[in-house]
Design a protein around this ligand. Structure first.
Ligand code: GRF
Length: 317
């Protein structure tokens, strides 16, 4: 499987970016850095990234409206093929539009044990409060500053005689470890069977009168007390495949899908000639809109007329 593509946004020194970049050099690292972008063309981190052969983009935000500047950055991220964004000392508040576009795909590192000490001067505030530990957190970025779900934290002891600089330097060591580990887990999460099954389950159970049973060891979705329309298959009979199996309208449609995109669709073994098709979930990126549409179509092939009639009426409305 190919590596997840990550872009890093920085504003200055970029030591966290460097930590991500060097961690990504390991063959086993599940992500690669495809772009380092900064809102300051002179950011020191850009020079390092370029020297390491990473694409860079630097432009000052000065004189440009926030949403417009974010749109410029967004265009660069898309051009680079980024799937995830890692903020690493990016000292710019983000527009809601930008945060919305990258919802659930953008992380930030913050030098405190969140929810404590959002914003600036975190080390000073931890020392002033007499805390035994300061630390760092990696969280998902949401519209509120330093507020999204925390994915990982490392507490760092405050030593007698610590200054802001000595404490910050020690926390930085912890940041560099924490960020790359947490980012690796995060990009892998969407490829785990549990995550994929949860997504499929949510879509299937959202259709009318659907329940879940286990059939031949597979989670399987059908009309309550009625016919099945989707199976979640994971390494069935040792085939190593993660997929859903849904009904098409006819064997001809099944054949056409497989012919047009043989990496995505396949003919499932043991499913007879009724036009069931496998759709792989273990490729680089799952198109969840497509999966939702295929599940709905499959549901229609087995749902009683009174239910499909209701759906038709709702669609027409
Ligand atoms: C780090 O302390 C990070 O936690 C905070 O900004 C600082 C960036 O440092 N968000 P660097 O540019 O990664 O060296």
């Amino acid at each position: 499987m190919s590596k997840a593509k990550v872009a890093v946004l920085i504003s200055g020194r970029g030591s966290n970016m460097a930590a991500l970049l060097y961690a990504a050099k390991a063959g086993t690292c599940p992500y690669e850095i495809v772009l380092v972008a900064a809102n300051d063309p002179d950011a020191a981190g850009l020079t390092l990234a370029a020297a390491e052969g990473i694409a860079t983009f630097g432009q000052s935000h000065k004189g440009i409206k926030r949403a417009e500047f974010d749109a410029i950055i967004d265009a660069q991220l898309r051009k680079a093929g980024a799937q995830f964004v890692a903020l690493a000392g990016y000292m710019r508040l983000l527009s809601p539009e930008f945060v919305g576009k990258w919802a659930g795909r953008m992380l930030n590192i913050h030098p405190s044990l969140l929810p404590k000490y959002k914003g600036l001067d975190t080390h000073q505030r931890a020392m002033d409060a007499g805390d035994s530990h300061a630390g760092c957190s990696v969280h998902v970025v949401t519209a509120e500053l330093d507020d999204g779900p925390v994915l990982g934290q490392t507490p760092v002891a405050i030593l007698p005689g610590d200054t802001i600089d000595t404490l910050a330097a020690r926390i930085l060591i912890a940041e560099h470890q924490l960020y790359s580990r947490t980012l690796a887990d995060f990009v892998m999460r969407e490829r785990t069977p549990d995550y994929l099954l949860d997504r499929v389950r949510a879509l299937a159970l959202a259709l009318p009168q659907v329940d879940e049973v286990t059939s031949h060891g597979m989670p399987c979705f059908g009309i309550e007390k009625g016919k099945k329309f989707a199976y979640f298959t994971q390494d069935h009979h040792g085939d190593g495949v993660l997929a859903i199996i849904v009904k098409t309208s006819a064997p001809e449609e099944q054949a056409m899908l497989i012919e047009n995109d043989p990496d995505l669709f396949y003919r499932p073994a043991y499913f007879g000639t009724a036009g069931w098709v496998g759709i792989r979930l273990d490729g680089d990126e799952v198109d969840w809109d497509h999966i939702a549409e295929r599940l709905a179509r499959s549901w229609r092939t087995v749902a009683p007329r009174k239910l499909t009639g209701l759906m038709d009426a709702a669609d027409a409305f």
